[in-house]
Design a protein around this ligand. Structure first.
Ligand SMILES: O=C(O)CCC(=O)C(=O)O
Length: 299
C-alpha cells in the first residue's frame, strides 16, 4: 500500500449549464466558466473539473458525430494547445491561461487506429500540457423499466486502465460516472497513494436520488480518501436530465461541499490531514485481509 504524500489544495467543480447540440458554443461556455472558477474566488483553485460529456448532448446516438481524436499514449505528456483536436486545444489553452490543473470533463473520443469510440476524460497541467487520459472502463448500460434505459455500448467501447496522475499537491485518481459503482477502481487508486478520486459524471433523475451521494460516501469511507463528482446542470429541455448535485466527500464520509441542480461552481478545500486522522483512528487500510479475499474473482 503506497503512502499518501499530499498537500492542502483547493478544488473547483464546474456544474456546467447550457450543454447544447452546438459544440462551438459548448466549448466557449466551458472556457468562460473555467476562467470564472480561476478568478472569482479570493482563493484560486489548484484543480478545476468539468462534467462528463461537456461538449456534446449525452446519448449514444451523438457520440459518433461529436467524437474527436486525442492520440494520447499513456505515460506521455503532450503540448496540444495548437496541435490537438478542437476540444483538446481549448482545454489545453485555457488550463494555461487560467494557470490551473484541469480535468477536462469527458468527451466522445475516436481512436484513429481502430475507429473505436470511447468516453474519455483528459487532464492538463497549468502549462497546458496533456498529462493523462481516462477512457471510461464500465459502460453505462442499464434498463430500469418505465424509468431509464441507456446503452453506451451501442456506440462506445470500454477503456481498460486504472488512471491516476501526479500533481504537486498529491496523486489523484480519475474515473467517469458509472465507474463509481465499481469499488475496485477506487480501491486500486487509493492503494496506489491517491488522496482523492474524481469522477466527471452525469447521473439522472432515477439513479441520482438513489445512489449519487451514497456511492461517493461509500467510496470515500471504503478507502479513506476524498471523493468528488462533477455533474452538468439539469436542463429539462435536453433529452438526458442530469441530476446535478456536484459533490465533494471527505475520508470520513461527510459531504462537505455540494449544490442543487442549477449551473454552479462548487469549491472545496482538501486537507490531507483529515485523511491521515481518518486512517489513524479507523485503520481499515491496514486491516484489509487480501489473504482471505483470494477468490473474489471466481465466485
Ligand atoms: O450509474 C448511474 O446510475 C448513472 C451512470 C451514468 O449516468 C453514466 O455513466 O453516465
Amino acid at each position: 500500500m503506497a503512502a499518501i504524500v499530499a498537500k492542502p489544495f483547493r478544488l473547483a467543480l464546474i456544474q456546467l449549464g447550457n450543454v447544447t447540440a452546438n459544440k462551438t458554443a459548448n466549448l466557449a461556455h466551458a472556457r468562460e466558466m473555467i476562467l470564472r472558477a480561476a478568478t472569482e474566488s479570493p482563493k484560486k483553485p489548484d484543480l478545476v473539473v468539468l462534467p462528463e460529456c461537456f461538449n456534446s448532448p449525452y446519448g449514444h446516438v451523438h457520440f459518433p458525430q461529436y467524437a474527436e481524436e486525442i492520440n494520447y499514449t499513456p505515460g506521455k505528456r503532450y503540448d496540444t494547445a495548437t496541435t490537438g483536436a478542437e476540444s483538446i486545444k481549448m482545454l489545453a489553452a485555457v488550463a494555461k491561461e487560467a494557470g490551473v490543473w484541469l480535468i477536462g470533463g469527458s468527451i466522445p473520443e475516436r481512436d484513429p487506429a481502430t475507429q473505436k469510440l470511447y468516453n474519455t476524460a483528459t487532464v492538463y497541467d497549468p502549462e497546458g500540457t496533456l498529462v493523462a487520459q481516462h477512457r471510461k472502463v464500465h459502460l453505462f448500460d442499464i434498463d430500469i423499466p418505465g424509468k431509464i434505459t441507456f446503452q453506451e455500448s451501442k456506440t462506445l467501447s470500454a477503456g481498460t486502465s486504472v488512471t491516476t496522475f501526479e500533481t504537486p499537491f498529491g496523486k489523484i485518481g480519475l474515473a467517469i460516472c458509472y465507474d463509481v459503482r465499481f469499488p475496485e477502481l477506487a480501491m486500486l487508486a487509493g492503494r496506489q497513494g491517491c488522496v482523492a478520486m474524481i469522477y466527471p459524471g452525469a447521473f439522472n433523475l432515477t439513479t441520482g436520488p438513489l445512489h449519487w451521494e451514497l456511492l461517493q460516501r461509500a467510496r470515500a469511507v471504503d478507502n479513506q480518501i476524498f471523493v468528488a463528482m462533477c455533474s452538468p446542470a439539469r436542463d429539462m429541455n435536453a433529452e438526458y436530465h442530469a441530476w446535478g448535485h456536484s459533490t465533494v466527500v471527505d475520508p470520513m464520509g461527510h459531504v462537505f461541499a455540494t449544490t442543487e441542480h442549477d449551473e454552479a461552481i462548487v469549491y472545496a478545500d482538501i486537507d490531507p490531514e483529515i485523511l491521515r486522522s481518518a486512517r489513524a483512528g479507523i485503520p481499515v487500510t491496514v486491516h484489509r485481509r487480501f489473504d482471505v479475499y483470494t477468490d473474489v474473482k471466481e465466485v
